[in-house]
Ligand binder design. Structure first.
Ligand SMILES: NC(=O)CC[C@H](N)C(=O)O
Length: 226
């Protein structure tokens, strides 16, 4: 059987594309490099939008990346069920693209926050979290300036009512996110946005844990089993 092919998009200013590719490889899939200026998704089975500062975070984090040529393809493919994971800046791009509701605002303390963060996986029903159990606690780093999840009251009620909060901060809310939200999914469940960085928690030598690998093994197992 051929390995699953998971694309990682590089925008100008992406930082964590190589780490995402490495995590994908560790999980047993082929990491396929994708370039923001192309219109070609190269037949991938899933896509990761990595962390970083796409287009220098000018205007607003993710606001310019949303208009990258490749995002036209990602938006169309996500509508047809392609699994998409946005990590940190990738989450910001997904909100700006309206693939996910709400927005990521400057952190409550107006500082860049970098810490190992305890989280609870609140929805193990997505393609990206199936290898966890709902309620499982993990430690994964956060590092961002614009991580405060915000949405209007109606949207928030909808997310909570439909169980679409994928991960929540425990112990300390590092950025003032509403309801301690660290990650959410779309209605269909194929698009997930996550502020913490699972690709930085895949091996004990460099990360605080290996707890992040589950996001990548989840999708790989789902694709191979599909
Ligand atoms: N690591 C990241 O992706 C964080 C960068 C992000 N644009 C921010 O500072 O909010």
């Amino acid at each position: 059987m051929n390995a699953a092919r998971i694309g990682v998009i590089t925008f100008p200013g992406s930082l964590d594309d190589r780490d995402a590719a490495r995590a994908i490889t560790m999980a047993g899939a082929e990491a396929v490099p994708l370039w923001h200026a192309d219109h070609d998704l190269r037949d991938v089975d899933a896509v990761v939008l990595p962390g970083g500062f796409s287009y220098g975070d000018y205007l607003r984090a993710g606001a310019l990346a949303r208009f990258a040529p490749l995002m036209t393809e990602v938006i169309a493919a996500a509508g047809n069920g392609l699994p998409v994971l946005g990590i940190c800046n990738g989450f910001q791009v997904l909100c700006e693209s309206h693939l996910l509701p709400g927005a990521l605002l400057p952190n409550a303390g107006l500082h860049f926050v970098c810490r190992d963060q305890r989280l609870r996986i609140d929805d193990a029903g997505t393609a990206w979290t199936a290898d966890y159990s709902t309620g499982q606690e993990v430690v994964i780093p956060v590092k961002n300036a614009d991580g405060r999840y915000a949405a209007d009251r109606e949207t928030l009620a909808e997310l909570e009512g439909e169980g679409r909060v994928v991960a929540r901060y425990l112990d300390l809310n590092p950025n003032g996110s509403l309801n301690d939200i660290a990650g959410i999914r779309n209605e269909a469940g194929n698009v997930v946005g996550l502020m913490p960085h699972p690709e930085h928690a895949v091996e004990s030598l460099t990360g605080p844990s290996t707890d992040g690998l589950g996001f990548f093994t989840s999708i790989v197992k789902g694709l191979v089993g599909a």
